[in-house]
Design a protein around this ligand. Structure first.
Ligand code: S3P
Length: 177
């Protein structure tokens, strides 16, 4: 398969801009945008929070892997993955087969401020107070950072970038290749 047909796969922690920049990238490339979290919600018939609450994280991760297995069989998509998709090496192996992996990283406080505004989709960080939430975020982020960078073909720091600027940088990096 030609490289032009490869999927573009966005990985990275919650709040790094995968979905918002991904939509812009897809529009500019005239490609279909797929949000793995949305597919999980549609398949389960419940919101991410409800899945965590009722069935637990383990069950969510199984659903996530099943959707990734299916979606990764398609081509020419822009795929936004959930922040924990990198935890299962099989997910990355499948996505890499016909995909260019792009990691978004952001500074911890920037992530914290961005996701504090939208908690419904982030049950992992629904701690009772601000200090606890930040502590939890740091632990998760430190554990996952090496996984994001090791899995990626490209890495972008989106701390100071708007989604539009992020999309622009990704597209010009791909063009330079
Ligand atoms: C998760 C990130 C979320 C969602 C779920 C678990 C994680 O996706 O998949 O709440 O483990 O980091 P986003 O990264 O799109 O917020």
């Amino acid at each position: 398969m030609k490289k032009e047909q490869y999927n573009l796969v966005l990985i990275g922690f919650m709040g790094t801009g995968k979905t918002s920049a991904g939509k812009i990238i897809a529009r500019k490339m005239k490609r279909e945008f797929v949000d793995i979290d949305e597919k999980i919600e549609a398949a389960a018939g419940h919101s991410i929070s409800k899945i965590f609450e009722r069935k637990g994280e383990k069950c969510f991760r199984v659903l996530e892997s099943n959707i990734i297995r299916k979606i990764s069989k398609q081509n020419m998509l822009v795929i936004s993955t959930g922040g924990g998709a990198v935890l299962n090496p099989l997910n990355i192996k499948r996505l890499k087969k016909n995909g260019i992996i792009i990691a978004f990283l952001s500074k911890v406080m920037i992530i914290f401020n961005r996701i504090s505004a939208q908690k419904d989709k982030r049950p992992l960080l629904s701690a009772a107070n601000r200090t606890q939430g930040l502590k939890k975020l740091r632990v998760l982020l430190n554990k996952r950072l090496p996984l994001y960078t090791a899995s990626a073909d490209y890495v972008f720091d989106t701390s100071n970038l708007t989604p539009a600027k992020t999309a622009k940088e990704v597209l010009s990096a791909l063009k330079r290749k």
